[in-house]
Ligand binder design. Structure first.
Ligand SMILES: [Zn+2]
Length: 471
């Protein structure tokens, strides 16, 4: 048999050990692993040069703003950053497009708008809001689930006008409805009343400094929101997923709930693991303004511990950039009026490799789980994605673990070039990114993937992460 591709000299993970092998690819899928390639015919050979080769990494929380807000980001620039950052599949949120995705028609409208732009593969979140509860229109949940969305997103605090927040009883109705589909409900978990009150209070006190944002969107707002959702999950049987969890207390609550057998999972983001509000909100101000805000060094460490002990299930980015001259840094704009959001897909894998694996916080098996496998399982696209197995898509993230480099905002792919990681020194850089057997990024040549190559990956089936809590 003639193969399409051999990825030679690939150092692949096997538990916490590695194996040097050659990966055979046929029809976009992994076809085998061999010690020697002499005598094997292939159209193409890519040399991994002995670098660590992971199953393609997944950013399961992006807002690429397309169609509609394409002055902020679009699917070409968004997935270009993914390719450079070693991310082979992204899962895009339903809220930040026009129209927002709250039904099958809007879902198809979005896929049509982006399909000629994507460089890497993408799956889709489904949408449901408080307005849909009030309009007695919850049939959209099953309809979107049947179309292959991987989960549903709910906001407890306001985000975009076309995607209204839920009140507590509306969220309860949504938990019941989504539980029937078996899919997770991802909740932006911050208590609206506390955030709203505290923001007003600090504004009236005249606070204009960066850290004021983090003090207003206080830890307690996330804590009580997660507590409420855990109660709802217990009551309804819905799979509650904490998106972008920012606090150590959140990880503790998730751990306790998991131990009680409640169906709760969580993700955190590189910024909640590496940045703190006292230092970085002073330095970057609105350019690190996000919701929930970055917290303290103590929270950083507790979230790393959460990843290690299993209370935090995987990493995502909440990639959501805004236009700098009009939405982040317009004349007269303050920490209160600038839009909350930062890019993240491009820097996720290198930061977790550098600060997690290379610094000895994370084992190799944990690195693979939190960057790839766990999100794939949680969202029902495993083992097509997230696996290094025969028959899996030939998606690979090849990493030069020893390469030292510095993140520079000017060099990023995102349309609006800012990042709170600007100037961060890292050890470990993506050398090559391969999606379904096609090279889309090479550190020496840059982006070589073609817009429109990326495919919509529908949910394959319902899968759940096993609860693995370490004491
Ligand atoms: Zn988000």
């Amino acid at each position: 048999m003639r193969y399409d591709l051999i990825v030679k000299n690939a150092l692949i993970p096997h538990g916490d050990e590695t194996v040097l092998t050659n990966i055979l690819v046929k029809d976009e899928k992994i076809a085998g692993f061999v010690d020697k390639i002499e005598g094997i015919e292939a159209d193409n050979v890519i040399d991994a040069e002995g670098h660590l080769t992971l199953p393609g990494c997944i950013d399961s929380h992006t807002h690429y703003m397309d169609p509609g807000f394409t002055h902020r980001e679009n699917f070409l620039t968004g997935t270009s950053g993914a390719a450079v950052g070693g991310v082979t599949t992204i899962i895009d949120m339903p809220c930040c497009s026009v129209p927002s995705v709250r039904g099958v028609a809007e879902l198809h409208n979005k896929v049509n708008a982006i399909k000629d732009k994507a460089i890497v593969d993408y799956a889709m979140w489904g949408g449901v809001t408080g307005e849909d509860v009030r309009n007695k229109n919850l049939k959209i949940v099953k309809e979107q689930a049947d179309e292959g969305v991987v989960a549903f997103k709910v906001y407890m605090t306001p985000s975009v006008p076309s995607y209204p927040r839920v009140t507590d009883p509306e969220m309860l109705e949504i938990f019941y409805e989504v539980s029937k589909t078996g899919l997770p409900v991802g909740v932006h978990a911050e208590n609206f009343a506390i955030c709203d009150y505290m923001v007003q209070k600090l504004r009236e006190e005249g606070r204009m400094d960066g850290p004021a944002w983090a003090e207003a969107r206080m830890e307690l707002a996330e804590k009580v929101a997660i507590q409420l959702c855990i109660s709802y999950a217990e009551e309804t049987g819905a799979r509650f997923h904490v998106v972008h969890m920012s606090t150590g207390i959140g990880a503790k609550l998730v751990k306790e709930a998991k131990m009680r057998g409640i169906d709760v999972t969580s993700e955190t983001c590189p910024h909640y693991l590496t940045l703190n509000y006292q230092e970085h909100m002073t330095k970057f101000k609105q350019f690190v303004k996000i919701a929930p805000p970055i917290r303290t060094k103590k929270d950083n460490e507790e979230l790393w511990q959460g990843l290690i002990d299993g209370s935090v299930d995987f990493i995502a980015t909440d990639h959501a950039p805004y236009e700098i001259p009009t939405e982040k840094d317009a004349p007269g704009m303050t920490i209160w009026t600038a839009f909350p959001g930062i890019p993240g897909t491009e820097t996720m894998v290198p930061i977790i490799v550098s600060e997690g694996y290379n610094k000895g916080r994370l084992s190799l098996s944990k690195l693979v789980e939190i960057l790839s496998t766990n999100a794939a399982k949680h969202y029902g696209i495993y083992p097509k994605k997230g696996a290094m197995m025969i028959g899996s898509d030939a998606d690979f993230t090849i990493i030069d673990l020893n390469k030292e480099w510095t993140i520079e905002k000017e060099k990023m792919q995102c349309l609006n070039k800012y990042t709170p990681f600007d100037g961060m020194k890292l050890k470990g850089k993506v050398a090559k990114t391969i999606v379904r057997g096609t090279l889309v990024y090479d550190d020496e040549k840059g982006i070589v993937g073609k817009p429109g190559y990326g495919q919509w990956i529908k949910r394959q089936n319902i899968q759940k992460l096993e609860r693995k809590i370490k004491f």
